[in-house]
Design a protein around this ligand. Structure first.
Ligand code: ARG
Length: 457
């Protein structure tokens, strides 16, 4: 039986199969029932229907029957909204048929999706908070580990491991703000917009909005059923989380290579090769990097679905859920696996510090030494450049060069140049706000921790 029986006859079976979304939107059963309960409560309160209590009790039973497995979500049904309504009608007869008074699946699907996304934003945010906590713990535990900072993947300046990974904590902190903004922006209830222009029944949209935990009803009924901005904001926030996870994964992949060996991943988060017995591959990090592409694809699919749609609801919009669900599932899985992977990785400080010593990462400090003695920085830069060349020709590091050699380039050099270019001192002397100096790192950890502690969504 189809919903439009009485008007359209003989729908082709293949058309039913082609157009159904039940296989995908059945996961919205809880939200659909929550939304129906609020709607029926309101219809009863407004004296639009009788028997509201009976309908609500049956809806609650349907929910518990689905959760206990007694009621299977496996019929051939157009969508979850139809399934719940049909089940109710099967159980209550004519009384059940009243549930669809003063609503449409167009406002119903919008509110179901919003309810689902609101819950998911909370879950994703909790996972992001937990990951930030793990990063901050690792940073605190390894606070004395120095490593070079890179630009263009070339060793650039002395820094610390904590400084490097805390950069990611700040990225994830912004993700939390984005997710919260997304939730706040979508916190208006579309139910009662009906098909597109509202209804002549005396419904109370403010009551329904309160019941469902929204801040207020949406203001324009056409916008209410046409809008998927909330899904796009979610998909774009998730894409940015994935981009951060992917960049971090890329570094984990590099750092765990024989070339770097900055870290060693736990065997539980690696796989071997079917042919090369020596291999230990960082597959989890690679998969997260790969899945990021899929999540971006979902954002693009959704943007493209929406771009040419005239107002208000169009069936194209049914194609939204696959991308939304896949991206939500993916980001949650990735956050969980990524956090466990970094929690169990071993840090190899010796290798990070070894890399500091090659590559002249203290050259900026040498130039600054001269510039602080009143010669213009650009000249100090040139002098230091020639000293680096001298080192290369003598196969020496800046620390190994004699003071006489320094003096040949500039008589401003004194014995204290060696203190200045000492790597530990280079980091200690970076006093600017946000730098790798220990007190600055402790401050960064404090900022991160107090943000996540206060973060409420
Ligand atoms: N299953 C549809 C969706 O997910 C909702 C139904 C609206 N259908 C309609 N023909 N107006 O968007």
């Amino acid at each position: 039986m189809s919903l439009w029986e009485g008007h359209l006859e003989d729908i082709d079976d293949d058309v039913m199969k082609f157009s159904q979304s039940f296989g995908i939107d059945k996961r919205l059963y809880r939200e659909d029932i929550e939304c129906s309960i609020a709607h029926v409560k309101m219809l009863g309160k407004q004296k639009i229907i009788k028997n509201s209590e009976e309908i609500i009790d049956e809806l609650k039973k349907i929910l518990s029957d689905i959760e206990s497995g007694k009621l299977k979500l496996d019929l051939l049904c157009e969508d979850i909204h139809t399934f719940i309504e049909e089940t109710l009608t099967k159980r209550l007869g004519n009384v059940g048929k009243r549930i669809h008074t003063a609503r449409s699946r167009n406002d119903q699907v919008a509110v179901d999706l919003k309810l689902y996304i609101k819950k998911q934003i909370r879950e994703i945010s909790n996972l992001v908070c937990s990951l930030i906590g793990t990063i901050s713990n690792i940073a605190k535990k390894n606070i004395n580990v120095l490593m070079p900072s890179y630009t263009h993947l070339q060793r650039a300046q002395p820094s610390s491991f904590s400084h490097h990974i805390l950069a990611y904590a700040f990225m994830f902190k912004r993700d939390l703000t984005r997710l919260k903004n997304c939730l706040e922006n979508m916190n208006e209830c579309p139910l009662g917009a009906c098909a597109c222009t509202g209804t002549s029944y005396p419904i109370d949209r403010f009551f329904v909005s309160d019941e469902l935990g929204f801040s207020k009803p949406t203001d324009n009924s056409i916008d209410s059923v046409s809008d998927r901005d909330f899904a796009l904001e979610l998909l774009s926030s998730i894409s940015i989380v994935m981009m951060h996870l992917s960049r971090f994964s890329e570094e984990i992949i590099l750092w765990s290579s024989w070339e770097f060996k900055f870290i060693s991943l736990s065997d539980s988060y690696c796989t071997g090769s079917s042919i090369m017995p020596q291999k230990k591959n960082p597959d989890m990090a690679e998969l997260i990097r790969g899945k990021t592409g899929k999540v971006y694809g979902n954002l693009f699919a959704m943007l493209t679905i929406m771009k040419g749609l005239p107002l208000s609801y169009n069936r194209d919009m049914q194609e939204d859920k696959e991308q939304i669900f896949e991206s939500i599932d993916t980001v949650k899985d990735c956050l969980i696996i990524f956090e466990r992977m970094i929690k169990t990785m071993k840090i190899n400080p010796e290798n990070m510090e070894k890399f500091l010593k090659e590559g002249f990462v203290n050259a900026t400090d040498c130039a600054d030494y001269l510039a602080k003695k009143e010669i213009p920085f650009r000249d100090a830069y040139k002098v230091t450049g020639s000293i680096v060349n001298l080192c290369i020709s003598k196969n020496k590091t800046l620390e190994e060069l004699d003071l006489q050699d320094y003096k040949k380039s500039s008589d401003l050099f004194e014995e204290d140049i060696f203190d200045t270019i000492n790597f530990e001192n280079c980091v200690k002397n970076r006093t600017s706000y946000g730098s790798p100096k220990k007190s600055s790192i402790l401050n960064q950890i404090k900022i991160i921790n107090s943000f996540t502690k206060k973060y409420q969504i």
